[in-house]
Design a protein around this ligand. Structure first.
Ligand code: CDT
Length: 309
């Protein structure tokens, strides 16, 4: 089977007071709609279960441990796992993970239609800062609340498709895509929470943020000849706005489904995974065309080193 209906379940704002159970009920409503449309794999956003709390500062980060999941699945999300199994649907979603060793990660998982966690990914590129920055109009404290992920960009064959994940800021980094491309990825799922304002350059504007999001996902999909689903948590959360613009993209880099609003919304598309083969065997035939002897800087150097005057 190379064809599959895939779905992106965009979620509107989740307020601070909203419970996991309330959110899971919203997720299941979208899953019901997806099942009725024949979807076999459904993607939800980054940090699907909670508000995007890195916009808030607390001195003692342990006060925010209640936003994290100590087990997966747990009682609150079990109904989602059960419903997916009933429908024979695979899915992916993001959540905040607190490990038994006390480590905090921004995590996502791929779950098989049988309810087995097939792959876990921990966000690599954490944007923002670790301390309160007075001069900022909006805080973005991911570096305070999460460790950089330790999983790397692995893929898994699930439902006959080679699947991988990125989380939000990762989609802007070609390195994330290429590591999965080198493993033959056919479907990349990316959840995101992108504030429409989170730094001092307030004039950047919504349209530019939406453009940069779409540009990154379309380029990543095309350059690695893979389907991609980028799924927002968006709209207004606790008085803060986040961009919508969820998309499903084909291996040619074309958007084949796009969200219309900023609330809970399902996008569906038929993916024909055979279409990944063309790019992978021609212009992006890595074995034939890559020149790794010239890529050393990519792994040996982190920041820019300009030539001397
Ligand atoms: N959640 C997350 O990673 N958000 C960042 C905000 C960066 S500001 C443009 C993102 O890359 O969307």
């Amino acid at each position: 089977m190379t064809k599959m209906m895939i779905g992106a379940a965009q979620i509107g704002g989740i307020q601070k007071a909203e419970t996991r159970e309330e959110v899971v009920a919203r997720m299941i409503a979208l899953m019901d709609e997806a099942a009725a449309k024949g979807v076999k794999f459904l993607a939800y956003p980054e940090m699907t279960l909670t508000t995007f709390f890195p916009r808030f500062y607390v001195e003692d980060r342990a006060e925010f441990d209640h936003w994290f999941e100590k087990e997966m699945p747990n009682a609150a999300v079990q109904p989602l796992f059960d419903k997916a199994k009933e429908y024979g649907m695979g899915f992916t979603f993001g959540y905040c993970e607190l490990t038994p060793e006390g480590q905090h990660f921004n995590t996502s998982i791929i779950v098989s239609p049988e309810g087995e966690i097939m792959l876990k990914y921990r966000k690599t590129h954490l944007p923002g800062h670790a301390e309160f920055e007075e001069e900022r109009s909006h805080q973005h404290l991911e570096k305070r609340y999460f460790l950089p992920g330790d999983t790397g960009f692995n893929v898994v064959r699930s439902q006959g498709v080679i699947m991988g994940m990125s989380i939000c800021n990762d989609r802007r980094w070609p390195e994330s895509w290429r590591v999965m491309g080198l493993q033959g990825v056919q479907l990349v799922s990316i959840g995101y929470n992108t504030p429409s304002q989170n730094n001092l350059s307030a004039d950047e504007g919504l349209a530019k943020r939406l453009y940069h999001h779409e540009l990154s996902v379309c380029a990543g999909a095309y350059q690695n000849s893979t389907y991609a689903m980028a799924v927002a948590k968006c709209g207004t959360e606790d008085g803060n706005h986040m961009i919508g613009g969820s998309i499903i993209v084909d291996p040619d880099g074309f958007v084949i489904a796009k969200a219309e609003g900023e609330g809970d919304e399902l996008l569906v598309a038929e993916a024909d995974f055979d279409k990944c083969a063309f790019g992978k065997s021609t212009v992006f035939n890595f074995a034939a065309h890559r020149r790794t002897e010239h890529y050393g800087r990519i792994v040996s150097q982190t920041g820019v080193e300009e030539p001397s005057e």
